[in-house]
Design a binder for this molecule. Structure first.
Ligand SMILES: [Zn+2]
Length: 293
């Protein structure tokens, strides 16, 4: 029962939060009124992000602020295929949005020597000095990249995404990206080359701006854990089915969610299948929506 109630609360939270933070008349929906058509693998991260406190961020839109309806994209990213059936190439990417480190996943990556790309926020870095040490001691495995400063969606007009206030201006997008990079470098990591924003959604002008800052933008092709809300079995099945050229997205910051257990099991299954694991820094990533070229 406790689990059931917990799930219901997570599910209803976005609606409640949107209703509280949106101006009168804003439709009580978790997504903005006008959006790109949903694509396969769209991330329903709202509940996870709200449960992590994203709506409490100081950058949230003031109730009186007029919200725009930008056209948003959720870019796809693939890596070049190996073309070898016995060893399909897969890029594992994990978001560390905020909260803790999921030791089930992290220890499996280290123990099994499985390379991965980790997108970290400044918020997460502040709370996880031990995981930072693990990354720094295993830089042959981990490519650490930029997930922003405060986990604010990189959209340059005021809008809500899953009930979360976007950065809202080019200046705020710049701060989100640059602030994430400074925190990473202060923690001892190299300057990031890839950026993935909170919610993985962007508008076209924010994509141009982030590209002009020297980044490629990391979409994905396989949503492995649905914002860490999948059950363990479902996450395991999805990730275990990764194909040649897939970029998998999952979360490494929710140690109390069942999904992580399935993610860790899937890592073993992929390794057993003979998968060639690559990091985004190792290969040419091919993204749409002008995210990499
Ligand atoms: Zn995130």
């Amino acid at each position: 029962m406790r689990h059931f109630l917990f799930s219901v609360c997570l599910t209803l939270l976005p609606l409640a939060a949107a209703a509280q933070t949106a101006p009168a008349g804003y439709p009580p929906k978790p997504a903005p009124p006008v959006q790109a058509a949903p694509k396969q693998g769209t991330i329903p991260q709202a509940a996870a992000q709200l449960s992590q406190g994203a709506v409490q961020a100081p950058q949230k839109a003031a109730p009186s602020q007029k919200l725009a309806s930008p056209k948003l994209v959720e870019p796809r990213l693939n890596v070049a295929r190996s073309g070898v059936a016995a060893s399909p190439r897969v890029a594992l990417t994990f978001d560390a949005c905020m909260g803790q480190a999921d030791e089930r996943i992290l220890s499996t990556l280290v123990r099994e020597r499985i390379p991965a790309t980790i997108f970290v926020t400044a918020r997460w870095l502040k709370k996880n000095p031990q995981a930072i040490q693990v990354f720094l001691q295993n830089l042959d495995l981990f490519d650490i990249e930029n997930h922003g400063q405060n986990h604010i969606p990189a959209v340059d007009v005021p809008t809500l995404i899953y009930g979360i206030a976007a950065a809202g201006s080019p200046e705020a997008v710049h701060q989100e990206v640059a602030g994430g990079a400074s925190a990473m470098q202060a923690a001892g990591f190299a300057a990031p080359r890839w950026f993935r924003g909170s919610t993985a959604k962007y508008d076209a002008s924010a994509i141009r701006q982030i590209r002009d800052m020297g980044y490629r933008i990391a979409g994905y092709s396989l949503n492995g854990d649905d914002g860490s809300l999948l059950g363990a079995g479902a996450a395991e099945r999805k990730i275990s089915a990764a194909k040649d050229g897939d970029v998998v997205i999952a979360h490494i910051n929710q140690p109390t969610h069942a999904a992580g257990e399935g993610v860790a099991r899937a890592l073993l299954a992929l390794k057993k299948r003979g998968v060639e694991f690559v990091r985004l820094s190792d290969v040419e990533g091919l993204g749409n929506d002008d995210t990499t070229q």
